[in-house]
Design a protein around this ligand. Sequence first.
Ligand SMILES: [Fe+2]
Ligand SMILES: [Fe+2]
Length: 321
Amino acid sequence: MPLASPYLAPSDPWSDAHLLHALEEVVARELDRHLGVAKEWMPHEYVPWSDGRNFDGVLGGEAWQPEQSKVSEIGRISLVVNLLTEDNLPSYHHEIATLFGRDGAWGTWVHRWTAEEGRHAIVMRDYLLASRAVDPCELERFRMQHMSAGFEHDHRHSMLHSVAYVAFQELATRVSHRNTGRESGDPVCERMLARIAADENLHMVFYRNLLAASLAIAPDPALVAVRDVVVGFRMPGHGMPGFERAAARIALGGIYNLRIHHDDVLLPVLRHLKVLELGGLGPEGLRAQEELGLFMGGLNDQAGRFDERREALLARRRARA
Ligand SMILES: [Fe+2]
Ligand SMILES: [Fe+2]
């Protein structure tokens, strides 16, 4: 693993360049640990190829029809959102390569992570097309629209904010894939998404450990970054066509909603890092910690109100059925 740092430590102790330099050894160690636990897997093994047949158009096969899909309606909506999110990998690569650099341990991680993420869109698209789970023309048009718009995350100018964002975002993606698989109604789909979710979990662990090191090296700016990211968190798919409507369905379907975001994404990371109990903070860090605590309390209340509305709506639907 390359340990010689390409970064020179400048005078500002909290500048991105200084933090990149200070964290490089941690990145090298985490990269070694990641490579030790990440298992090779083959996307082609997860695709039911023998279910596939030619489509209409150039090869004169059979046109797609909704009844060909084995996946539930909510599963189809969520699979499209999750695949379009994975499809925007060139934009994510650009973001982290710009902030983390392409040299040394940071660069090795950036490229390795990109290669692992590339598998996710490959296996999902192959599965969706071979099994005729979703409309292939709509999927391709959405992909063109979504990728043509590109993606920039909300805190892209700060390295600490980026580390904090990806720590939560990788876990959010894991939870979203896992729950989509569970709700899909197709065991082949569920197995494929569980495999992807296992990758996302390792990515989360990498960034969470990096965030832990950031909190130790630079507690005040790291806490400010965590507060900003948690308070303003948006999923990377927020710019895609029809996202608001799809997100509402996904929330109601129990795949990803406020309750899941609070209980299964934000809280586990905050607890693991002991962010709300961290001592030795200056005034800025203390204020961020206090605001974060208040925000989490408010979010829990909001999630409670969402749970009640969802339960009432589902009860009405059950009664109608
Ligand atoms: Fe992914
Ligand atoms: Fe990931």
